[in-house]
Each structure stands twice: as structure tokens, then as C-alpha cells.
Design a protein around this ligand. Structure first.
Ligand SMILES: NC(=O)c1ccc[n+]([C@@H]2O[C@H](COP(=O)([O-])OP(=O)(O)OC[C@H]3O[C@@H](n4cnc5c(N)ncnc54)[C@H](OP(=O)(O)O)[C@@H]3O)[C@@H](O)[C@H]2O)c1
Length: 287
């Protein structure tokens, strides 16, 4: 039990902070008394307190002082300000887990001003329904035990994969942005059903459950998707007619390209964010 006996501070109780909090408390990975959440918005603090029985505060430094693991769940644009607030309270034995998109572990270490263990994570929006997939990467001072702690945290809201940090843009391009691609596919399948005479409601339910069922088949059988596809394409049948149409219309390169474009965009955005955070730090030091 890597989280046993640990005290956790969640900095930022927005969508992701609340989803992680809910997952941790529901899975009983930590008792509510071991968790403190902070947010600048009183209503977010109230919600965390009321729903999950945890302590909630507006004081980031105090929350950090009272914890062993600090989760950074604020927007990346706020990271410079929040890290500056946390730096004086951070101890060498803290583990910092950041879900801030595009902010590298080295930049966090630099802002905190100490050789601190940092794990960077990229969850996706399905954390809200306990079906996220999160990629985690350890920074230069993070140990295997630190990765195990992060694995336990994100395991409360779905599956977890460990990757090298330079691959985080690819993760953002695939599983971070992927829900948007799949929503588009579900919407298009629904339209297909409507075009063929199904009601929109029934068509939408058939489309969503078909995607969920196919994903579960891939995950649970561990068979290559091509083998599963071969199993459902009977000669001269309906599925092969549809698959032929998808292949000739270029679905495969289209999806590969979507991941490639999203990965490139993630790289561009992280460069922009890093320059913003670095410039912010320089102007603070100059002031
Ligand atoms: N949403 C996703 O699908 C997703 C996926 C992967 C990673 N992420 C990452 O997760 C992080 C959080 O995203 P989110 O969607 O949960 O954002 P969010 O809903 O905006 O949550 C962030 C919360 O932090 C609060 N906050 C701002 N400044 C603060 C401070 N100084 N101290 C404490 N709290 C503060 C915000 O309040 P205000 O609204 O008043 O600023 C807000 O309530 C981001 O870094 C994002 O890159 C999100």
C-alpha cells in the first residue's frame, strides 16, 4: 500500500482535482482526514468538504506543510504563481505530483529551488467516470517508490502507464486528446444510424455502447484489433462491406494524422507555456 500513512494536499479543486479526490476517497486509498484540498474559489472548497469530508483551505503553504504528497491540479498558466507560493513550505522529503499539461518536471524543480521528487502525469477527462488512462513520468529526483505512489493515486480513477517524460506530448496527442476524437466518431456513427432510419436516441445509445464494448474486447481479450476484426467480418457480409468503405475513404491515415497533429500542437503549447513561466520568474527576480 504505497499511500498508507501518507497525507495528501490537492492544490486546485477544479474538474481534475475533484475527480482525483473522489476516486481516492471512494476507493478508500486514503481516509478523508489525510487529505486537504485548496482552491481560490470558496464554492470549490465547499464542494470538496461537503462531498468527500476532507479539509479545505485557501492557504496553499499551510496545506503543503501538513502533507507528504502534493498534487498540483491548477491550470499550467497559473503554475509560476502557485510554485512561488509553495516553494518556501516545500521540504526535501515531499513528493510533488503534477498534472499540469506541458510543464516539465525540471521546470517545477527549478521553481521549487530544491532537489525535489516530482512525478508528471497526464490523465484524461474520463477520470470523471473512473475510466481515465494516465501516463506518468518520473523527474530526475523521483524514485521507483515515488512512481508507485503516483500509480496508486491515478489507479483510483482508471489505468496507469509509465513513460519517459519526452513522450508526454505523444501521450497528450493520443490519450489526452483522444476523447475528442472518439466523441466525433460516436457522433458520426449516430448520424449513420439516423440516416438509416433509427431514432437519434436509440442510435446514440447503440453507437456509444458499441465503442465501449469494442474497447473492452480489445482490453480484456488482449488480442490484436485486426484479429478481433477478422472474427466479425464474415465473407461477403455486412461488416467487411463497411470496413472496405472505411479503408478506401482513408480512416486509418486520418486517425494517425490526428494523433500526429495533436502531438505537434502539444509540443508548441508546452514551449509557449514554459517561456511564459520562465519569463514570469525572471520578472519576479528582477522586481
Ligand atoms: N481537464 C482535463 O481533461 C485535463 C486532462 C489532463 C490534464 N489536465 C490538467 O489538469 C489541470 C487542472 O485542469 P482542470 O480542468 O481541473 O482545471 P480547473 O477546472 O480550472 O481547475 C483548477 C482549479 O484551480 C483553481 N486555482 C487557481 N489558482 C489557484 C491557486 N493559486 N491555488 C489554488 N487553486 C487555484 C482554479 O480556480 P479559478 O477557476 O478561479 O482559476 C480552479 O478551481 C491543468 O493543469 C490541466 O492541464 C486537465
Amino acid at each position: 500500500m504505497p499511500l498508507q500513512g501518507k497525507r495528501l494536499a490537492i492544490i486546485g479543486a477544479g474538474k481534475m482535482g475533484q475527480a482525483l479526490l473522489g476516486g481516492l476517497v471512494s476507493a478508500q486509498l486514503l481516509p478523508p482526514e489525510a487529505i486537504v484540498v485548496t482552491d481560490v474559489r470558496p464554492e470549490a472548497r465547499q464542494e470538496a468538504k461537503r462531498k468527500w469530508g476532507v479539509a479545505a483551505s485557501a492557504d496553499n503553504s499551510n496545506a503543503v506543510e501538513r502533507s507528504d504528497v502534493v498534487m498540483l491540479c491548477v491550470k499550467p498558466q497559473t503554475s509560476g504563481k502557485v510554485l512561488a507560493e509553495l516553494a518556501p513550505s516545500i521540504r526535501r522529503d515531499h513528493l510533488v505530483v503534477s498534472i499540469m499539461a506541458g510543464i516539465p518536471t525540471d521546470l517545477i524543480v527549478e521553481h521549487l529551488g530544491q532537489p525535489i521528487a516530482v512525478v508528471r502525469a497526464m490523465p484524461n477527462i474520463a477520470a470523471l467516470v473512473g475510466e481515465a488512462v494516465t501516463a506518468i513520468a518520473g523527474g530526475r529526483y523521483a524514485s521507483r517508490e515515488d512512481l508507485r505512489v503516483a500509480q496508486a493515486i491515478f489507479g483510483a480513477v482508471g489505468k496507469v502507464e509509465v513513460v519517459d517524460e519526452p513522450l508526454m506530448d505523444a501521450v497528450t496527442g493520443l490519450s489526452g486528446s483522444g476523447p475528442a476524437f472518439v466523441y466525433t466518431i460516436i457522433e458520426a456513427l449516430t448520424e449513420g444510424g439516423v440516416m438509416m432510419g433509427l431514432s437519434r436516441e436509440i442510435s446514440a445509445r447503440l453507437a456509444a455502447q458499441t465503442v465501449l464494448g469494442a474497447a473492452k474486447m480489445v482490453r480484456e481479450t488482449r488480442l490484436h484489433p485486426a484479429i478481433l476484426r477478422d472474427q466479425v467480418t464474415t465473407p461477403a457480409g455486412t461488416a467487411i462491406a463497411g470496413v472496405y468503405s472505411l479503408e478506401s475513404d482513408g480512416l486509418r491515415p486520418m486517425l494517425i494524422n490526428a494523433v500526429r497533429q495533436a502531438t505537434r500542437r502539444s509540443g508548441e503549447l508546452s514551449q509557449m507555456l514554459q517561456s511564459q513561466v520562465e519569463n514570469g520568474k525572471r520578472s519576479e527576480e528582477a522586481a
